[in-house]
Structures are given as structure tokens and as C-alpha cells.
Design a protein around this ligand. Structure first.
Ligand code: GLP
Length: 316
């Protein structure tokens, strides 16, 4: 038998101690190309396992999708968004949820309170955060955002005092306000938002991030423009009683929420909704920053706010 044949794993003839011929098979040595295939398979297996863990285990709610839903009425909107939030809370009972301020979510909060009272949902382990506030107001000032969120929602569900982390509006000067903003950035780093409920103004502003603001800011203090103060003076009764500063999560902080639900009602928001849902990114409308969000964004509007969007449901 030739040496070459033996290397190929062919039969060898040998002689045993009694002089009898026996045959045995030489073990086949793997060729270099087989070794390479094994290594490649293991490598690909590890890559697939890594992807699976990243997508399905560690980042369950960070899939990159953008959906739009147009509802017939404001009631439909509250019910649909409310049920969505209840499903989310039931699936993630310890989630960090960011609350929207202003009048848009009021009906939604009423719907959620009603569901809580019927024992259909519990918020006892949910941590709550906020988007914005005026500077220089005490917690119990009825014009503060803290007061509004507490009285329209948080005090009427089973939210635990030590799970409520609303932006601090208190303070007596810019340095204190800026410290409040810095502290909030640290807090959000420790407790990233899982679900942000977001509303926005007719010009697309979110929180106190007005058109053409720097989209790269985290929570910061904003000096209110004369126009904005004049507008807000309706709430405070007179211009000289209206705060000069506001505190707000920045566009960058809002984009860091793993998931965002944006809601809008009424004709006045139709242009901002259409820019967002039709993918027209513009610095002129901060809400359009959501187009570049890396996770899941769902936009819900009533018919009026969705006037310029043709479809009732669409991906964008
Ligand atoms: C206010 C608030 C925002 C709010 C927006 C829309 O200025 N700073 O947080 O999202 O305006 O308010 P509304 O829902 O009342 O239209």
C-alpha cells in the first residue's frame, strides 16, 4: 500500500504477532479546507446567536418601526392610545414612562384612570418622568407642570411617591435651574425612558424646544421668547408674573427614549403631523426629529390632525 493511499484513509494491511495478515483502516486526517469550514460555521453560529440575543432578549422593545394611525375622533384616540399603554404596562410592569404635558393627553389620562379604577391596570411599579416645566415655581403652585401632572393623573392612580421623578421647577435663579437640568440628565442616564408619551405644539415644538432649536441638547434651561411669554401670560394673569425661564428635556434626550408614542388632536397640528408622517425632516419642526429615532415610534392622531395624511394607517 502506498503512503499516499494511507493518508487518504484507505485500508492498510498489517501482520499480527502470529504472522496473520490483518487489515486496519488509517484514520482520515481532516484537510485544511475542512478545518476552515468548521471554524467558519462556529463563527457564523456565534454571530447569529449574538444577533438573536440583541434583538429578542436584550432589546425586546427597541425594534426600529414607525407607524401612523388616524382615528375618527378624540375619544377613539384616547381609547386606542390608552389600550396601547395598558398593554405596554402589563408587559413591562416596571417600566420607566415619560409623561406628556399640556391639554392633548388630558383625555388619555382620564381613560387610564378609569381603567385603573376598574382594576384593569396597575402602575404601582412604574417610574414616571416628565418632559418640561416652568422655572421658579413650587411643586404645589397650581400653574406648575408638576401640579398639573399630579392632579390630572398621578394622584389618581396607584403611582408610588418614590417612583415619581418629575422635572424640578423650583429654584430662585438661573444657576439653580441649570443644576436641576444637570441633575435630570444624570437621572435619565440611570433610568432610561422605556416609553415616552409625547405631544407637540402647532409649530412642531416639543417640550420647550422651539423651531430651529439645537437638536443636540439634553435637558436644559430655555429663556422664553417675548412671544412665548406673552402667550403663557394668559395662564399667569400678567406678563410680569410669567416665568422668564423654562426647563425642558432636549430633542436628543427625547430621542433616547426606547419607544415613543406621539399624539395630536385638532386641525392646528395637521401640518406638523404631515411633515412627521410624510418624512419631511426639518429643523423648523422639532417633532420631525422623530423621523431619525432609532427605536419604535407610533403616531396617533384624530381625523383633523391627520387631515393631510391620506392613509388611516401607514408605516413611515
Ligand atoms: C406646551 C408644552 C408642551 C406641550 C405643547 C402642546 O407649550 N410646553 O409640553 O406638548 O405645548 O400643548 P397642547 O397639548 O396643550 O396643545
Amino acid at each position: 500500500m502506498k503512503e499516499n493511499d494511507a493518508q487518504k484513509g484507505e485500508e492498510l494491511i498489517d501482520i499480527d504477532e502470529k504472522g496473520k495478515a490483518i487489515t486496519k483502516k488509517e484514520e482520515k486526517k481532516p484537510a485544511a479546507s475542512e478545518n476552515f469550514t468548521h471554524v467558519l460555521c462556529i463563527f457564523l453560529g456565534l454571530v447569529l446567536l449574538g444577533l438573536y440575543l440583541k434583538i429578542f432578549v436584550f432589546n425586546k422593545n427597541t425594534e426600529k418601526t414607525k407607524n401612523y394611525h388616524k382615528l375618527k375622533s378624540a375619544d377613539d384616540l384616547n381609547r386606542n392610545v390608552g389600550d396601547y399603554i395598558i398593554r405596554f404596562v402589563n408587559q413591562h410592569p416596571k417600566a420607566n414612562i415619560g409623561l406628556a404635558s399640556g391639554s392633548t393627553p388630558e383625555g388619555l389620562y382620564k381613560y387610564l384612570i378609569n381603567k385603573y379604577e376598574r382594576n384593569e391596570v396597575s402602575f404601582k411599579d412604574i417610574k414616571f418622568f416628565s418632559i418640561d416645566g416652568f422655572c421658579g415655581l413650587k411643586k404645589d403652585d397650581d400653574k406648575s407642570y408638576h401640579y398639573a401632572l399630579t392632579n390630572t393623573f398621578l394622584s389618581k392612580i396607584d403611582a408610588q411617591e418614590n417612583n415619581i421623578f418629575l422635572l424640578k421647577e423650583e429654584g430662585s435663579g438661573i444657576e439653580e435651574y441649570e443644576k436641576n437640568a444637570e441633575d435630570y440628565n444624570k437621572l435619565l442616564k440611570e433610568h432610561p425612558i422605556d416609553l415616552q408619551i409625547l405631544s407637540f405644539g402647532e409649530n412642531g415644538h416639543i417640550g420647550f424646544n422651539e423651531p430651529n432649536t439645537d437638536f443636540d441638547l439634553l435637558t436644559h434651561v430655555v429663556k422664553l421668547s417675548d412671544e412665548k411669554r406673552k402667550d403663557k401670560s394668559k395662564i399667569f394673569g400678567a406678563l410680569d408674573k410669567t416665568p422668564e425661564y423654562a426647563i425642558t428635556q432636549g430633542v436628543k434626550s427625547i430621542l433616547q427614549a426606547k419607544e415613543v408614542i406621539a399624539i395630536a388632536k385638532g386641525k392646528g397640528k395637521a401640518k406638523a403631523v404631515s411633515d412627521l408622517v410624510n418624512g419631511v425632516f426639518t429643523k423648523n419642526s422639532p417633532i420631525t426629529a422623530l423621523i431619525n429615532h432609532n427605536g419604535k415610534v407610533t403616531v396617533f392622531t384624530d381625523e383633523e390632525a391627520g387631515e393631510f395624511v391620506k392613509e388611516f394607517n401607514k408605516k413611515f
